[in-house]
Ligand binder design. Structure first.
Ligand code: FES
Length: 95
């Protein structure tokens, strides 16, 4: 996906290899995480992105998009993250 498709401060869901992933573009960089919350079944891309904090739309758990760590309950398990690189303006995700 072209980096220009995701303005800074926004996120976009993609399906890669049958897996739902959310790509987040922040001032800190571009990050890719599992799009399904580890607490219950909610799509993280429908939540809110606040700097490097991603907030689940269902019960409000929050995660650090840089390492997937839980920042706020009720989730306990981190969100899986995926390596990202930008090549000639294109976002590449290693799944
Ligand atoms: S489903 Fe995400 S916090 Fe409950």
């Amino acid at each position: 996906m072209p980096l220009s498709d995701i303005p800074q401060g926004s996120m976009r869901p993609v399906t890669i290899g049958g897996r739902e992933i959310v790509i987040c573009h922040t001032r800190e960089g571009v990050y890719a995480l599992d799009n399904i919350c580890t607490h219950a079944h909610a799509r993280m891309c429908e939540g809110r992105l606040r700097a490097t904090r991603l907030v689940c739309p269902l019960h409000g758990a929050s995660f650090d998009i840089r390492d997937g760590k839980v920042l706020g309950p009720p989730a306990i398990l981190p969100l899986p993250i995926f390596q990202v690189r930008i090549v000639d303006g294109t976002i590449e995700v290693a799944v």
